[in-house]
Design a protein. Structure first.
Length: 301
């Protein structure tokens, strides 16, 4: 297959590019600089704010994978919120229009489990509706930005991703040094559920969505067994062979992160991957302890 990827330089995008090329697919990437010659004529320039995208990039493409989006970390000022929206919705609208115009069969588009808002200890699959709050509204609008491709008849997959665990990026890159020094601890009461997925399964699931037409619509990219923050804390402590005795109080998180604390660090989302399992996808890591050991060791399955 010929696959075009936007957001290929990030933590997930770079691993996906390597995976797809290793599987024999032709991979093209969109870059916001002068295209280079590395790997042949595979890079194409684009400028989402201007709506600029070379038509040659879409020639003969079987699937577009869009992973664009600024990191959600840090305090959410009004300016930062607008940046988070623009970095997701604008590129998605540009790509959805291009997919529709060029008759590309599939658009695999990033989203997040933040779509559901705070669900407490209730299990939620893809049939659940959107929650409330900035992040839930952002995810809903992000997914809605794919509508032009869907109206044109393209298969649209909306990847509602949980916390991706990999040694080279994401949450583990931040937490591993702290936990290795026995400075790790739970966040608040630790009762909030964390929908996690190993990088190995994240990449395998996106590849599966590219290759299998039976995957369509929203798909939770999270392991079948979400855990609470307290359980996650203990498991990461075991993985690095250190105690994790500390507690970061909820009020301290709110002072540091403002509303991002309640929508990121303290939110509870017990999301499960019903759509992927129904489509026949098998997880390598269904239990957190094994996932942490493999990913921290740099294993890709």
């Amino acid at each position: 297959m010929r696959v075009l990827i936007a957001g290929s330089s990030g933590f997930i995008g770079s691993a996906l590019t390597t995976e797809l090329r290793g599987a024999g697919h032709e991979v093209r990437t969109l870059v916001r600089r002068q295209p280079g010659n590395v790997g042949g004529d595979t890079e194409y320039a684009w400028d989402p704010p201007r709506g600029a995208l070379s038509s040659e990039a879409l020639d003969g493409v079987d699937a577009v994978v869009n992973l664009c989006g600024a990191p959600l970390t840090g305090r959410w000022s009004e300016a930062r919120k607008q940046q988070l929206r623009d970095s997701r919705i604008v590129p998605t609208e540009v790509l959805a229009e291009a997919v529709a115009e060029h008759g590309v069969p599939s658009l695999i588009n990033a989203s997040a489990v933040g779509y559901y808002g705070d669900t407490g200890d209730t299990l939620v699959d893809e049939s659940a509706g959107a929650g409330s709050g900035f992040l839930a509204e952002l995810c809903a609008d992000w997914e809605q930005a794919t509508r032009q491709a869907q109206r044109a008849g393209a298969r649209v997959v909306r990847l509602r991703t949980g916390i991706v665990l990999g040694s080279d990026g994401g949450l583990l890159r931040v937490l591993k040094p702290l936990f290795s020094l026995a400075l790790g601890g739970r966040l608040g009461a630790g009762e909030q559920y964390m929908p996690w997925i190993s990088l190995t399964d994240q990449i395998a699931a996106i590849r599966y969505a590219v290759e299998h037409a039976e995957v369509s619509g929203p798909a939770n990219l999270s392991a079948p067994n979400p855990v609470t923050n307290a359980e996650f804390t203990r498991a990461l402590g075991r993985a690095v062979h250190r105690p994790a005795p500390w507690v970061v109080p909820s009020f301290a998180l709110r002072m540091a992160l403002s509303e991002a604390a309640d929508e990121m660090a303290l939110v509870s989302q017990r999301a499960v991957p019903a759509a992927l399992r129904s489509a026949g996808f098998s997880f390598t890591h269904t239990e957190l302890d094994a996932a942490l050991v493999d990913e921290l060791a740099g294993s890709r399955g």
